[in-house]
Design a protein around this ligand. Structure first.
Ligand code: 26Y
Length: 815
C-alpha cells in the first residue's frame, strides 16, 4: 500500500507470504504440518489486517486534522458476510495471496471459505448497511458504523422433512480475526429507576440498573485501501465486578446470574424482519447501542470543539430505520441533563444532527412500544418525548393543522396514550427523512407519513438504494469482471457507470459468446453447490430461475411455487411437447414465529419431492430449496442465475437490492412495478426487463374494494387444478390437512393478490421460455442489463446521501 505513516514504516517490509507464515507460527501457534484451512485463514487474515492498520491510523489522523465532517450510521443490523476476500481485493492483495496459497499447495477457495459469515442481520436492511460501509470508505466519507456485536447472529436454518428448523449460530466460536477489542472504550447504559428535579427544574435520572457497553472495532477499507473507516460494535458486560460478597458466601450461581443477565443484551439478534416485535429485551438492545454510540461520538466531538451548539455542522447521524429512534430523546437528554441546554435549544441541535431512513410501509413492521414499558425502562426519555410532543403540537397549530390530525402524528396519541410510535418520533426529531426508492418515497408521502409530510413538505427525500460493485461483481463474478476489464479497463470498479462502454458489444457475436461462456461456468459452479447441498443434479441447459430473499407473503414465493405446479401439470399433460427446461431455485429464511412463511417452505419442498422424482418430467423441470441462505450463498447464486424473481405485490417492497445484484450480473428480471424495479426499468429499458401484473394503485384499489379471488379462480382451469391438487394431498402424501390454511389464505382473502396477478405472471414466464430459445437475443438483453446497471452502485447512493442529507465531503467519481 502506498501509505506508510512514520511510526510503522519499518514494521513490515516482508512479503505477504512471509507475514502469513509468521502469523501462523506466532499468532495461531501452529506449524505448517499441522495447520488446517481455518488456521491458514486466520494467519492470512491477520497478515491482511496488519496491512490495513496503517491506512486506518492515517485516515483517522487525516479526518481529525482536517476536522472533516463525520457521518455516523446507526444500525441494529450489519449483514457483512465474509471479510477476507473483500479486504484482499480492496487492498490489491488478492493475486499475491492466491499465488502464495498455491505455493503452499493450498486450495484458495477452501481457505477463504473457512471464515464464518458475520450474519448480524435479517436481510435487506442489514445488507444495505454493509454495502454502505464499503461505499463510504471508497468515496472517502468520514463514516463510522455503529451496531451490536451479537454473540449469535441470525439462526442457522436446517430443513427437516421439508420444514424449517432453527439452530443456534455461533460465528464467534473460533474468534473474529478482523476485530480489535477496545477495553478502554466503555460506557454505562442505564435502565429503569426514577427522575428527580432540583429547585431550578434541572432533571436527574437515577437508573435502577445499568450495563456496560464495550467497543469492538473492525477496519473497513475502501477500494484501493487508502481510506479505512471503522465499524464499531458494542458488546454488553456486567457493570462493576462480579459481586464478591455473594461469591464468597458460596453462591456462585447468584453472582453468575447477574453477569448472564447483563450479557443477554448483546447475546442474540432478533430474527424477525417484518413481524411485530414487542419484546422488552429488544427495546433494551436498541437503547443500549444507541446510547453508547451517541456518548462515543460526542466524546470524539469534544476532542475538537468545546460546546455542542454547532454539533450539526460537524456531525451527521443516520438512523437506519426506527431501531435507533431512541436517539431523539436520548440526545436531547444528554444535551439538557448533562450539558445544561434548555429544551428548545436541545431540540434544535438534535434536529440539525439526526436523519432517519424508512425501509418499510407494512403496518406490522412499524415499531411502537407500550407506553407503560417505556415508563418503566426509560422514565426520563418518556418525559422528554412528552416535551417533544408538546413543542410539536404548538408548531402544528401554528401551521394550521387540526387537533385530530395532530393527535394522529404525535409520538404518543394524546387521548389513547397507549403506544410510543417510533416512526413519528424519528420523523419529528430528524432533519431529513428518506425512502429507499422513488416509488417507496412517493408512497411514504401519500400514506404513513401523509400528515407529517403536509406539515414539513421538504423533509422527505428519496435516496434509491445501491449495492457495492466490489463484492457484487468484482469478487463474486471474477469471470465477468475479467471480461469487462479486458474490454474497457478497470475504471468501472469505483465508477460503475463506465459499464455503459460495453453497450456497443451487446450485439457483437464474439463478445456474446464470451459473455455467455462466463455465465455457463457460473451456472456450473451453482449446480455443483446444489448437488453438494441437496443431491439434486441440474441440467445446465435449463433456465436457472432464482428467488432468494426472506420468505414473506408480500414477496410472494407462493405465487412462484403455484406457477411451478401449473408448469408441472402442463408438462405432464404433454410430455413430448417442446418445453424449455427450467430449474426453480428458492432460498431464504422464515421468521421463527411466522407460520405461514414456514408453510410456504414446506410446500416448496413437497413440490420439489414430487416433481424431481417424476420420470415424465426428467430434466424439463427441477425444483430446489437451498437451506440456510446467507451472503456467501448469494455470492454463488447471483452470478449463476439466468432469471431473477422480483415479484412482490406492487407497493410493498420498499426497494429490494437483490434485484440490482442479479441484473448487474446479467440475469434478466421478471418482476412487478415495485420498489427499485421501477427505476431499473427506466435504466435498462422496457425491452430488457419483464414486468407483469398490477401496479401499486391497482393493488391498493383492489385491496380497498376487498375483491375476492374466487371469481378469478373459477375462470382459470389451470389455477383451479393447482388448488385442487394442493388440497387433495397430491404433494403431501395424501395429507389433506396440511395446506388447509394455505388454501383458505389464497382462495378467500389473498391479501397480497397472488390470484389476480397469476395469469400475467404465467404469460410472462412462457414469453421468457420462448426468448431463452433465441439465444442471441437473450445474450443481448443480458449484456445490456450489465451495461446499464451502473447507476445502482452504492457509491452513487452514498455520494447522494453525502450531498443531499449529510452535507459531508467525499471524493468525486471518475478519473
Ligand atoms: C421492527 C423489527 C421487527 C424489524 C426488523 C427488521 C423491522 C424491519 C426490519 C427489516 C426491514 C428490511 O430489511 N427492509 C428492507 O430494507 C431493504 C433496504 O432498504 C429494502 O431493499 C427492502 O425492500 C426492505 O424490505
Amino acid at each position: 500500500m502506498p501509505h506508510k505513516i512514520d511510526d510503522t514504516r519499518e514494521l513490515h517490509e516482508d512479503s505477504l507470504g512471509e507475514s502469513v507464515l509468521r502469523h501462523l507460527i506466532y499468532s495461531v501457534g501452529k506449524d505448517k504440518a499441522h495447520a488446517d484451512a481455518r488456521d491458514w485463514n486466520v494467519a492470512l487474515s491477520l497478515a491482511v489486517r496488519d496491512r490495513m492498520v496503517e491506512g486506518w491510523i492515517d485516515t483517522t489522523r487525516r479526518i481529525y486534522k482536517n476536522k472533516q465532517k463525520r457521518v455516523y450510521y446507526l444500525s441494529m443490523e450489519f449483514m457483512i458476510g465474509r471479510m477476507l476476500e473483500d479486504n484482499l481485493t480492496n487492498l490489491g492483495l488478492l493475486s499475491e495471496a492466491k499465488t502464495f496459497l498455491k505455493s503452499q499447495n493450498l486450495d484458495v477457495t477452501t481457505v477463504i471459505n473457512a471464515e464464518q459469515d458475520a450474519a448480524l442481520g435479517n436481510g435487506g436492511l442489514g445488507r444495505l448497511a454493509a454495502c454502505f460501509m464499503d461505499s463510504m470508505a471508497t468515496t472517502g466519507v468520514a463514516g463510522m458504523g455503529y451496531g451490536i456485536r451479537y454473540q449469535h447472529g441470525i439462526f442457522r436454518q436446517a430443513v427437516e422433512d421439508g420444514w424449517q428448523v432453527e439452530e443456534p449460530e455461533d460465528w464467534l466460536f473460533a474468534g473474529n480475526s478482523w476485530e480489535f477489542r477496545r477495553p478502554e472504550v466503555v460506557y454505562e447504559i442505564g435502565f429503569g429507576g426514577h427522575v428527580t428535579h432540583d429547585e431550578d427544574g434541572k432533571a436527574t435520572w437515577h437508573p435502577s440498573e445499568s450495563v456496560q457497553a464495550v467497543a469492538f472495532d473492525m477496519p473497513i477499507a475502501g477500494w484501493e485501501g487508502d481510506h479505512v473507516n471503522t465499524l464499531r460494535l458494542w458488546s454488553a458486560r456486567q457493570s462493576g465486578m462480579m459481586n464478591l460478597d455473594t461469591f464468597n458466601d458460596g453462591d456462585f450461581m447468584a453472582a453468575a446470574r447477574q453477569q448472564v443477565l447483563a450479557e443477554t443484551i448483546s447475546k442474540v439478534l432478533y430474527p424477525g424482519d417484518h413481524t411485530p416485535q414487542g419484546r422488552e429485551l429488544r427495546l433494551k438492545q436498541e437503547v443500549f447501542f444507541t446510547s453508547a454510540s451517541l456518548h462515543d461520538l460526542l466524546r470524539r466531538f469534544f476532542a475538537n470543539y468545546d460546546n455542542l451548539d454547532t454539533l450539526g455542522d460537524h456531525v451527521a447521524v443516520q438512523l437506519n430505520d426506527t431501531h435507533p429512534a431512541i436517539a431523539v430523546p436520548e440526545l436531547i437528554r444528554i444535551l439538557m441533563d448533562d450539558h445544561g441546554y434548555d429544551f428548545d435549544h436541545a431540540l434544535k441541535i438534535t434536529r440539525e444532527t439526526l436523519h432517519y431512513t424508512n425501509h418499510t410501509l407494512l403496518p406490522e413492521a412499524l415499531e411502537k412500544w407500550p407506553r407503560d414499558l417505556f415508563e418503566q425502562i426509560l422514565p426520563r426519555h418518556l418525559q422528554i418525548i412528552n416535551m417533544i410532543d408538546g413543542a410539536f403540537y404548538r408548531e402544528a397549530i401554528e401551521k394550521g393543522l387540526d387537533h385530530h390530525i395532530i393527535a394522529g402524528i404525535q409520538a404518543i396519541h394524546p387521548h389513547q396514550q397507549d403506544w410510543v410510535r417510533m416512526g413519528n418520533l424519528a420523523f419529528i426529531g430528524s432533519r431529513k427523512v428518506n425512502g429507499v426508492s422513488a416509488l417507496h418515497t412517493e408512497l411514504m408521502k401519500q400514506t404513513v407519513f401523509h400528515d407529517l409530510h403536509t406539515m414539513y413538505p421538504d423533509k422527505i427525500i428519496n435516496q434509491t438504494n445501491g449495492v457495492t460493485p466490489r463484492r457484487w461483481l468484482l469478487e463474486c463474478n471474477p469471470g465477468l469482471s475479467d471480461l469487462v476489464t479486458e474490454q474497457i479497463g478497470d475504471g468501472w470498479i469505483d465508477d460503475l457507470e463506465q459499464l455503459k462502454e460495453i453497450e456497443p458489444l451487446a450485439t457483437d457475436a464474439d463478445f456474446q459468446q464470451r459473455y455467455m461462456a462466463v455465465k455457463a461456468a457460473n451456472k456450473q459452479r451453482l449446480a455443483d453447490m446444489v448437488k453438494t447441498r441437496t443431491g439434486v443434479i441440474l441440467n445446465s441447459d435449463a433456465i436457472f430461475d432464482v428467488q432468494i430473499k426472506r420468505i414473506h407473503e408480500y414477496k410472494r414465493q407462493h405465487m412462484n411455487i403455484l406457477e411451478t405446479i401449473a408448469l408441472y401439470n402442463a408438462i405432464k399433460a404433454n410430455p413430448d411437447g417442446d418445453w424449455q427446461p427450467r430449474v426453480k431455485i428458492f432460498a431464504g429464511k422464515a421468521a421463527p414465529s411466522y407460520f405461514f412463511a414456514k408453510l410456504i417452505i414446506k410446500l416448496i419442498n413437497d413440490v420439489a419431492k414430487v416433481v424431481n422424482n417424476d420420470p415424465d418430467i426428467g430434466d424439463k423441470l427441477k425444483v430446489v430449496f437451498l437451506p440456510n441462505y446467507n451472503v456467501s450463498m448469494a455470492e454463488i447464486l447471483i452470478p449463476g442465475a439466468d432469471l431473477s424473481e422480483q415479484i412482490s405485490t406492487a407497493g410493498f417492497e420498499a426497494s429490494g437490492t437483490g434485484n440490482m445484484k442479479f441484473a448487474l450480473n446479467g440475469a434478466l428480471t421478471i418482476g412487478t412495478l415495485d420498489g427499485a424495479n421501477v427505476e431499473m426499468l427506466e435504466h435498462v429499458d422496457a425491452e430488457n426487463i419483464f414486468i407483469f401484473g398490477m401496479n401499486a394503485d391497482e393493488v391498493a384499489e383492489r385491496q380497498h374494494r376487498r375483491a375476492r379471488p374466487s371469481e378469478i379462480i373459477k375462470t382459470s382451469p389451470a389455477l383451479q387444478q393447482v388448488m385442487t391438487q394442493i388440497g387433495d394431498g397430491t404433494f403431501s402424501d395424501g395429507d389433506t390437512d396440511r395446506y388447509r390454511d394455505f388454501l383458505s389464505n389464497v382462495t378467500e382473502h389473498d391479501y397480497f393478490q397472488v390470484v389476480p396477478d397469476f395469469q400475467s405472471y404465467w404469460d410472462m414466464q412462457r414469453h421468457l421460455d420462448a426468448l431463452y430459445g433465441q439465444s442471441e437475443k437473450w445474450a443481448e438483453k443480458t449484456i445490456l442489463n450489465t451495461a446499464r446497471m451502473g447507476w445502482f452502485s452504492s457509491d452513487r447512493t452514498i455520494r447522494s446521501y453525502a450531498d443531499q442529507i449529510w452535507r459531508a465531503p467525499h471524493k468525486t467519481s471518475g478519473p
